[in-house]
Design a protein around this ligand. Sequence first.
Ligand code: GAR
Length: 188
Amino acid sequence: MRRKLGILISGRGSNMAALVEAAKAPDCPYEVALVASDKPEAEGLAWAASQGVATFAQSPKGMPKAEYEAKIDTALREAGVEAIALAGYMRLLSDDFVQAWRGRIVNIHPSLLPKYKGLDTHRRALVAGDLVAGCSVHVVTEELDAGEVLGQAEVRIEARDTPETLAERVLGEEHRLYPRVVAQWLAR
Ligand code: GAR
């Protein structure tokens, strides 16, 4: 039985697309049961729907966070979701939500954690003079970007890199890393 994965996105969803593409392999241990977003206009939602993947959108505007998250939670559970992958989901999950799904949420983050938690990771790596950047897949806990790291990929920083050029190369690695690590995580 393939495990049912739910994916949360806020934007273009290229990591979500990499997860959906990988799930087309017959030996992939997961299937994508739902792609959900806090942004009804998120580009990735239309792409997911075009692939025949179920989608759900709920804007948090004008309602308490708990009510918003309850709607997301219900949509995930109704789709039979067993585990959640955050893929450019740019909203902090509440402690209650994280506890309800404890150990069953992963995130991809564009730095070599524990370096550069939070935002603006590529610029911070360049300002620090780092020679290597990269991305990490980690378990989501109540503390931002601090849960167990399940896998990382490194990218060499070039002298002429800008935050944009570095972000593009790191994103390419994200697309390779995330499906591989999610598959290992769900197969164990
Ligand atoms: C990715 O680079 C991801 O690592 C990052 O946002 C981008 C989303 O791109 N996530 C974070 O910064 C989380 N704090 P995508 O929508 O094309 O997958």
